[in-house]
Design a protein around this ligand. Structure first.
Ligand SMILES: [Zn+2]
Length: 109
């Protein structure tokens, strides 16, 4: 693997690390947070499918060997880039992104 390339914990895609969200278990507090920090880190595509899989299958938690707080997933869902206008529907009840989010949140409880 080339330097600065990372692998998504969900879909296993390899990309430059700038393309991913970085989640890090900070040393020595073991607090799991998004972005910068020293410690064990995991990378995730900024995509609903990868985020949902990471949450549902606890891929981030396994990669980090730590419990990932629900608030972190919530933050990621809110950071999810908006889909392009061509993919958006007029009906708010038929929004794939919202449906995925609701499904993930429901499964978590
Ligand atoms: Zn991915």
């Amino acid at each position: 693997m080339k330097p600065n390339y990372r692998r998504c914990v969900s879909c296993r895609k390899v990309s430059p690390k700038e393309d991913f969200w970085r989640v890090v278990r900070v040393y020595p507090s073991h607090q799991v947070q998004l972005g910068q920090g020293m410690g064990r880190s995991a990378y995730l595509c900024p995509e609903a499918t990868c985020l949902q899989a990471a949450q549902k299958k606890n891929r981030l938690g396994k990669a980090l060997r730590s419990k990932v707080p629900p608030e972190l997933y919530q933050t990621l869902w809110e950071k999810l880039p908006l889909m392009s206008s061509t993919e958006q529907t007029q009906d708010p009840n038929d929004n794939p992104r919202e449906n995925l989010k609701l499904a993930a949140l429901t499964q978590q409880q």
